[in-house]
Design a protein around this ligand. Structure first.
Ligand code: UDP
Length: 311
């Protein structure tokens, strides 16, 4: 049985990865310090013999007994309000935490996959974003704690690959949604659904013309699974290229929830990217992957989940 360590395993993406790897027959070590993760996300796994939960901060030395085949590093605050609330933790987990995990991968001769982000492109001047685009990032703005940590993370990962021949994979994740997102994580989808459920107006930041491209979590997890098992070590975008303005997205949520709410406009946060859409040519060619789940379908499942945790 292959063994995989998933850091951030009690988070939104991490917990879905735990499910997928268990389903594929792996034994899973799930590590999380629970600052933004939640044990509820993995509650259904805790009694299994092939699943172990370790409450630990990856910035501390990591000791794992026995063999390890794969590491997936998904520990990090990842929504704008989370990383603004935990700026130092965000910088540390992307840098010191990643360094620890690369050291662990080297010691165990394990393959390691690092969760990077479309934030490495900053407020991109090119759209769609290709992996070769180097980005337009403010190194000292409030979002820099996340963006620069993730850029450093990519750099140190490539350095371990080049210097030690470590088997590394880098996924650049675009906006993803689905069950187990936190209603209070401040992202557009949970914010809008939460507001609609409470009968409040939906807060669109700026004029709502900024775009995002939303990928359903099962599609993303499948792309990550394929990337880990591929032999491609340069960064690769995984996301849904179907782009929508935030204003139109808010209107979709109003329709979905059947609420009579209005849209109200608030200030755009500092350095909020104006456009975001992945070029997924590489994922299509190299991983034979593309998203399958339409937004209407994914949003319905996610809405049902939010309703179920509210009641
Ligand atoms: N947004 C919004 N209202 C909200 C929350 C977010 O208009 O209540 C906007 C936000 O400014 C951004 C987009 O929705 O332009 C997506 O934000 P999110 O936090 O989901 O992810 P980001 O892509 O910014 O990391």
């Amino acid at each position: 049985m292959k063994k995989v360590l998933i850091t951030g395993g009690a988070g939104f993406l991490g917990s879905h990865l735990c499910d997928r790897f268990l389903k594929e027959g792996y034994s899973v070590l799930c590590m999380d310090n629970l600052i933004t993760g939640n044990k509820k996300n993995i509650e259904h796994l805790l009694d299994r013999d092939d699943f172990v939960f370790l409450e630990q901060d990856v910035c501390e030395f990591i000791k794992i007994d026995g063999d390890l085949d794969y590491i997936l590093h998904f520990a990090s605050p990842a929504s704008p309000i989370d990383y603004l609330k935990f700026p130092i933790e965000t910088l540390k987990v992307g840098s010191l935490g990643t360094h620890n995990l690369l050291g662990l991968a080297k010691a165990k001769k394990a393959r390691i996959l690092i969760a990077s982000t479309s934030e490495v492109y900053g407020d991109p001047k090119e759209s769609p974003q290709r992996e070769e685009y180097w980005g337009n990032v403010n190194p000292v703005g409030p979002r820099s704690v996340y963006d620069e940590a993730k850029r450093f993370q990519e750099a140190i990962t490539m350095a371990y690959n080049r210097q030690f021949g470590l088997e590394t994979r880098i996924v650049r994740i675009f906006n993803t949604y689905g069950p187990r997102m936190r209603l209070d994580d401040g992202r557009a989808l949970p914010a809008f659904v939460g507001q609609a459920l409470k009968g409040e107006d939906l807060t669109v930041f700026g004029d709502g013309s900024q775009t995002r491209s939303f990928c359903y979590v099962d599609d993303l997890v499948d792309g990550i699974y394929r990337l880990l098992l591929s032999d491609y070590s340069m960064p690769i975008n995984i996301g849904n290229p179907e782009e929508i303005s935030i204003k139109d997205f808010a209107e979709e949520i109003i329709k979905l929830t059947g609420s009579n709410q209005k849209i109200i406009y608030k200030d755009l946060p500092t350095d909020d990217p104006k456009q975001r859409k992945p070029d997924i040519t590489k994922a299509r060619d190299i991983l034979k992957w593309e998203p399958k789940i339409k937004r209407a379908e994914g949003l319905q499942v996610t809405y049902d989940y939010f309703k179920s945790i509210k009641s």
